[in-house]
Design a binder for this molecule. Structure first.
Ligand code: HEC
Ligand code: HEC
Length: 329
């Protein structure tokens, strides 16, 4: 079953992106109220050998070095602008879908779905229209739970159901970076909710990771895949919602858009249907350049151009994790 996503708010730009694969539009897979209220089954724990643990330790030293060299603002900027693709939704788009970075994060795409009609908010430091008047604790609570200071649950088009895993340090870093975002006076339409929306944590994201978790490359890869909500798009939707328990990473979810329809692919370790036989370089090229193994160009809405600025260490961790995802065919 697929679910078309109906979004507007940049309709002119949408029209002009037809036939330009790689344009950064998100069409989001949450369309149907049957998904709401679904209970997700916890995924099994990653297991790994002592050998990879040793290799891991060497990588960790390099990663910790990088992490320490970064200020919280730099770390936050990196997360926001790469793996978490906040700009893909919150930055307005101009001609041919190109983000207007002079109005960065001042409000973006809209989604009109049966249970709600929402627009990606102005999250600049503007005190009236943005989040400039929110306290740090309020921004953190929003990221972790999807709850606004008013207590209202937002529509999890914004993937806060994947964000419970974010470490304390990274949550602080994201907030620190958001504080530096230039205030822009832009009003987006108020959200309309037709039902009270639930918050159901995605598998493995129920509680924050620790710094020790991040030092383990496979777990770090899982962390990145989670905050990047890869497996939301890459898991099919069944009658009861996203089929994480039975088809995690199997692909097969449709994204209609100006590009026609793209269908998420199998990113499990299956050698025949998934990435099992791909080289690391081929997987990284697909993620960062939108080029499949056979050289063909992949279509939106995956945010290739944001992933392109990830560090090689993070891309390696992501690949290391993808290698552990049980094969589904
Ligand atoms: C897939 C699209 C998408 C992504 C990615 C996304 N958001 Fe959002 N965000 C939204 C939408 C849509 C809303 C409004 C939802 C609603 O009104 O129910 C929202 C709401 C918010 C709000 C609430 C603002 C308010 O005034 O109530 C904050 C804060 C926010 N996002 C920050 C972020 C940050 C920071 C990131 C990246 C770490 C991010 N978002 C990533 C779509 C997205
Ligand atoms: C917004 C939805 C979305 C998100 C988020 C997303 N993807 Fe994708 N991805 C897709 C779609 C759709 C395709 C297929 C595009 C096409 O066929 O043109 C795809 C293609 C791929 C491919 C190419 C597979 C092949 O057989 O060519 C890989 C690898 C991949 N994604 C991995 C990831 C990883 C890793 C992440 C997280 C960092 C991620 N994706 C996040 C939707 C998404």
């Amino acid at each position: 079953m697929s679910a078309a996503s109906h979004w507007s708010g940049a309709s002119q730009a949408i029209e002009t992106t037809i036939g330009t694969p790689g344009a950064a539009f998100v069409v989001f897979p949450l369309a149907d109220s049957t998904r709401l209220g679904i209970i997700l089954t916890k995924m099994g724990r990653v297991t790994w050998s002592g050998f990879s643990r040793l290799v891991g330790l060497a990588l960790i030293a390099a990663m910790i070095g990088t992490a320490l060299a970064q200020t919280p603002v730099e770390r936050g900027k990196y997360l926001v602008n790469t793996i978490m693709t906040c700009q893909n939704c919150h930055t307005p788009k101009g001609d041919r879908g190109v983000p207007i970075f002079t109005r960065d994060l001042s409000g973006g795409l809209s989604w009109d779905e049966p249970p709600f009609k929402v627009t990606a908010s102005n999250i600049t430091q503007d005190k009236t229209h943005g989040i400039g008047a929110w306290t740090d604790a309020q921004v953190k609570a929003l990221l972790r739970t999807g709850k606004r200071p008013t207590g209202v649950q937002l529509a999890e088009i914004m993937p806060t159901n994947f964000y419970g895993i974010i470490t304390e340090r990274d949550t602080d870093a994201i907030v620190a970076y958001l504080r530096t975002v230039k205030p822009i006076d832009n009003t987006v339409p108020d959200p309309v909710y037709k039902i009270a929306l639930p918050h159901v944590a995605a598998p493995g994201s129920e509680k924050p990771f620790t710094e020790a978790d991040l030092a383990d490359p496979v777990k770090r890869g899982f962390y990145l895949a989670t905050i990047g909500h890869c497996f939301e798009c890459h898991t099919p939707m069944g009658p009861k919602g996203r089929e994480f328990a039975s088809a995690y990473g199997k692909g097969g979810f449709d994204f209609p858009g100006p590009w026609g329809v793209s269908t998420s692919r199998n990113i499990t370790s299956s050698k025949t249907k998934g990435l099992g036989d791909w080289s690391d370089a081929e997987i990284k090229r697909a993620i960062t350049q939108g080029i499949s193994r056979d050289g063909s160009h992949l279509k939106p809405p995956m945010g290739f151009e944001f992933y392109a600025n990830m560090t090689d260490a993070d891309l390696n961790a992501l690949v290391a994790y993808l290698r552990t995802v049980p094969a589904k065919e």
